[in-house]
Ligand binder design. Sequence first.
Ligand SMILES: [Zn+2]
Ligand SMILES: [Zn+2]
Length: 300
Amino acid sequence: MKCSRCKKDAIYFQRQSGQYYCGEHFNSYFVKKFMRIIREDQLIKKNEKVAVAVSGGKDSLTLAYLLKKLQARYPFQMEAIIVDEGISGYRAHTLDAAKSQLEKLEIEYHIESFKDNFGKTLDSFVENNKENACSTCGILRRYILNKKARELSCTKLATGHNLDDEDQSVIMNLMRGDVIRFSRGQNYYKKISDKFVERIKPLRYFLEKEIVIFALNNKLTFDSSECPYAEYAMRGEVGKFLDRMEELRPTTKYSLLSGYDKVLPALNQFFIPDSIGVCEVCGEPTMDGTCMRCKILEKE
Ligand SMILES: [Zn+2]
Ligand SMILES: [Zn+2]
C-alpha cells in the first residue's frame, strides 16, 4: 500500500484513522502529536529541570529521544535516571541499551541500584514470593526515582508509560478494588505532598505498537527482552484482553483512557485527601504511618 500523503510505500496502517503512513510521514505525525501534547497539557515549562526515567526499553528511550528534540526548540534542562533493580539475566542488557542510547543523545544519566539503596537486589527481595515481584519492584523503583529526581532539583519526573500501560492500570486497579490507586491520576503527586516530584507521562496517548514502529524507524538502540517476572503479573493477561477488544472495536484503547480521564477529577476529589503525612521511619510521604518501602525493608 502507498502512504496516504505521498507516493512512497506505507510502513504502517493506522486503523483508528484509516491512514497509511510511509516512514517519513509516520515520523512527522508522531513528533507533531508529541509536541502538541507537551504544549496543550503544559507538561514542561520553560527553563524547568526534568528527570527522565529510562529503563532501556522502547518507551523510555523514545521519550528521551523526543525530549531531546523538544530541547532544540525550547529551553529546559534534562537528566536521565536509570534504575538497576538487580534482575539477573535481564537487567544487564537493558542497562547497556539505555547507556548507549543516552550517550548517543548526549543526555547525562545517573544509575541508581536497589543494591546500593536497599542493600539487596530485587532477585533476593522476591526469592520466596515471585508473585509479588512487580509490586515490590514498583514501590522500590518509584521511591528511588522520586528521591533521586528531588536530589537533582528536578521539578518534573517524566516516565515512558504508553496508552496500553495506562489502560492496563485502569482495569487492574479497578479489578483489585483499589479505589485509592484508581483515583490518583497524574496530578495526585502534586496535590498531595511537596516531597513528591510532579510526574508527567508524555507518551500516555500513544499506542504501544506505534512506539515500537517509531523506535525502529528512528533506529533507536533499545532492548526488547521481557522481564522474567512478567509471567507472574496480571498485567499481561489484561493486556491481551485489551488487544482483543481493540481488534473487535478499533479506538477502544483511546476511549477507555479518555473516559477515565473525564471521571478522574471527580474521583480525585472524592477519594484523595489534600495532604498526607510522612513515614515515621524514613520521612518520605505516605498515607499510612509507615510507607510501603519501609514495610518491605522491615520484613527482611
Ligand atoms: Zn508519505
Ligand atoms: Zn518509609
